[in-house]
Structure formats: C-alpha cells, structure tokens
Design a protein around this ligand. Structure first.
Ligand code: FE2
Length: 453
C-alpha cells in the first residue's frame, strides 16, 4: 500500500524508511543545513524506485540555478522517466517541471508549480522550489502570491508551517509591505528559531528601511540560529550584515566579514560568487582598494565560466572581469550572453532586457566611459527586476549609475538620483554622502569626481 507524507500528501512509495529519509532531507533543505542531497542519496541507494527521492534530488540541484547542476538533474530525470507510470499524478507534475527546467524552459517550470500547488498547496518541496524560482526571476508578485494562495491550506500543526511563513515574509518584503513582512518574519522565527530564510526576510526589511544599526545588532545576536558551521545560506546572511556595516562607513568590518564568511571557498557556487562580487564592487565604488580579493574571485569565474546561462550571474561575472581588467574574458562573456539573448525563453528575455545593457554599462564604467554607463543604465534601472535577485541585490545598479554620473560631472542627475535615495532611506549615511558629493559638484567645489577615502 502506498503511503502519505507528513503533510498528508499521497506518494507512490510504500517504503516508510524512504519517506522518513525524505522528511529528514526536506528539514535540512528548509533550514539550509547539512547535506540534504547526501541524505536522499542514502535513501535512494536502499530504494532506487523512490520517486520522490529522485524528485527532491533534481529540484534541490535546480535551486542552485546554474549550469553545473545540469548533469545531476539529468541523472535524476532519466531515473524518473524509467519509473513512468509508477509515479502518481503529483509526482508526474514534478517530473514535467524538472524536464522543462532541464531544457531551459524556466517559464514553463514556474507555471507547472503554479498549477501543482493549486491542487496540492501543502506540497512543501514545490512551495520552496517555486519560491526560489520566483526569486531567480525577480517576480515579487509571485514571491508573495504563491504563499498567499497556499497558506490557508496550512496550520501550525503541520510540519514546516513556520518555514512557509518565512517565505511569505520575504514575498511581503519584496512587495514593499515592510510592516507585515516584519511581523510575519518575527512570527516565523518564533515558530522555527533556526529558519535562516525568515531571518533573511527580516534582514531585507532592515536593509530597505536603512535600519542598519538594528540590523547589525539583530544578525550578530542571533548568529547561532543562522550562521551554524553547516548552514549553506550563512554566506548570504553575512552579506546582508556586511552591507549594513559598509553603509555605516565600516568598510574594514565589511571586508573582515567578507574574508571570514563570504569569500567563496573551494565550492565555486555561483550564488556565493555573486554575493562576493556584489560586496567587493560596492567597496570598489567607494574608491577603496580591496587588494588581491578581486583576482581570487575573477579566477574562480575563469574556472566556472557559464556565459549566457543566467543573465543575473553573467552581470556579476562581468563586474569581476572588469574590476580585474580581464578584457578577453569580458568579451567572451558578452558574446555568450548575446548568443543567449537571440534564443527564446526566460533567460533570453533576461539577457535582452537587463543583462546585456547592464554588462555593457559595467564594461564602459571599467574603461572610464562614465557617460556611456549612465546612458545605458538610466533606461534599465527600474526594469532590472526581470533578471532576478532582490531589491537589495539590484541596488548595485543604482549605485553604479550614481557613481558614473558623479564621475562624469553630471551633478544635477547625480543629485536627483541621490535625493531619491535620501527620501526613501533618510537614515542611510551612504546615500547622504552621495548627495553631498553631487551638491558639491553643482556648487563648483572640487574634489568630488572620485569618492572620498
Ligand atoms: Fe538577500
């Protein structure tokens, strides 16, 4: 007789041990702790026909959203295709989504999760994978909407309810509903004290409201809950902590955090590399030399080049190449992204609408052609959500634009853009520094072309 999972969903498995292993792996994935793939691989070694094990394995790999996982996704997909009709309808819907992602149909992938979750709102894996896919598409409405649609089917007795609230908090934050996001994130943390994604949602609220001193205090005081040794997401929450420090003029502390907790190790995971790049570029825009850190990072990109696979990653690779004067690599990356833009599908759209203009702007910035950088970034700055990431991550585009305007002597524009920031975040010292430089330029006072040290 086939069994149900811990949230009451039918599976095609009659093996209780396999389902128990899935619950352990799911718990690891929800907390981003340990090695959930190793847990599920051990279950699959004992039960090779465990369909949901293969589904979990494929989708957790997909959640990295990078080209290097394609062979692993394919291995699980082939195993699932062999199982064929042994899978139930819900499992087959997962398999169809995996197949879509494998052939690059990311829109199809997300649409299948919309339908699957309409039927099965308690499918915790589908919720988390769909949520991450929405994030990689910068789809703030579905980041919120997906959880809104599912949550009425949940209650606090169901395992994973708190994690669902943590995801809901992030969706609310990305939609600008900061009060409700904060309340929901704090409730999620009460229910699941080690939910690093709920901590992350709260970190975003504090970033968007420039509550940096509070952010540092929160993240430092709760690090036992989100920065454990085996936490695979700690690098990103440390990145948020470094951002608070940087905007509070504590670049030394931000770089200390970079060296200890953000700098990619041997793993060369693109999401880690992009956070590292984004932090170093913010420091670089302030005119601070980060030493050999750039070269180590660009060397990691050299080794893992995935030109044109995902526009958001491409932009970060371009920044690392520009910062280190790797002209050939930059040219190769642009060529790859241009080829990708000529195809169809989600990433082609992302490259066309955001990736390519922003990469060209970064390249121009690196050559000192600040006027070109301004020209390219102005029209794309509010549309860049199409290539994914969060508001906090895409702030790098606005910062680059203002810095280019200042360095090009376009002080009225720089002042207007910096004023927008001070209006939105009156408590952010960095935004006031940008505005002061622009005002000094307008007044004809010298020394504003480059940032003060
Ligand atoms: Fe974040």
């Amino acid at each position: 007789m086939t069994l149900r999972d811990a949230r009451g969903l039918a599976t095609s498995s009659a093996n209780r041990r396999s389902l128990d292993a899935f619950e352990v792996a799911l718990g690891q994935f929800q907390c981003y702790r340990g090695n959930s793939i190793a847990t599920i691989d051990a279950a699959l070694a004992a039960d090779s026909e465990f369909a949901f094990g293969q589904i979990f394995r494929a989708e957790v790999h997909i959640s990295a959203w990078e080209a290097s996982v394609l062979p692993e996704v394919e291995t699980s997909l082939r195993a699932l295709e062999k199982l064929g009709n042994k899978c139930n309808d819900r499992e087959r819907a997962h398999v169809a989504a995996i197949r879509d992602w494998h052939v690059g149909d990311w829109d199809g992938f997300r649409a299948r999760f919309d339908l699957l979750l309409a039927e099965h709102p308690r499918d915790a894996l589908a919720l988390q994978i769909g949520h991450l896919a929405d994030f990689f598409h910068g789809d703030r409405d579905n980041l919120r909407g997906r959880m809104m649609r599912a949550l009425p089917a949940w209650n606090r007795e169901l395992p994973g309810y708190g994690f669902t609230l943590g995801m809901q908090a992030f969706g609310l934050e990305e939609c600008g509903d900061y009060r409700r996001a904060e309340e929901t994130a704090r409730h999620a943390i009460e229910l699941e004290p080690d939910d690093c994604w709920a901590h992350h949602a709260l970190a975003h609220v504090l970033e968007m409201e420039a509550r940096q001193v509070e952010g540092i205090a929160l993240m430092e005081s709760r690090r036992d809950h989100w920065a454990q040794e085996d936490n695979g997401f700690a690098f990103h929450n440390w990145w948020h902590t470094a951002l608070y420090n940087l905007d509070q003029d504590r670049a030394d502390r931000a770089l200390e955090i970079y060296d200890r907790s953000i700098r990619p190790g041997q793993s060369e995971i693109q999401t880690e590399m992009l956070d590292a790049t984004a932090l170093l570029w913010r420091v670089h825009l302030r005119g601070i030399d980060v030493g050999k850190r750039w070269h180590d990072l660009a060397a990691a990109y050299d080794k893992t080049a995935q030109d044109g696979f995902y526009a958001f990653n491409d932009m970060h690779a371009m920044i690392a190449y520009v910062a280190t004067g790797r002209c050939e690599a930059a040219k190769r990356l642009l060529a790859g992204a241009t080829r990708a833009a000529e195809k169809s599908g989600a990433n082609a759209r992302m490259e066309r609408e955001a990736g390519l203009p922003i990469m060209r702007a970064v390249e121009a910035f690196g050559r000192g052609q600040y006027d070109t950088a301004v020209e390219l970034l102005m029209p794309v700055r509010y549309r860049a959500h199409v290539f994914g990431g969060s508001h906090a991550q895409r702030d790098i585009i606005h910062r680059t634009l203002i810095e280019a305007a200042l360095r090009d002597g376009q002080f009225a524009l720089a002042n207007a853009l910096a004023t927008e920031r001070t209006q939105l975040k009156p408590d952010c010292p960095f935004s006031w520094q940008l505005r002061n430089r622009a005002e000094a330029g307008i007044a004809g006072r010298g020394g504003v072309a480059m940032p003060p040290r």
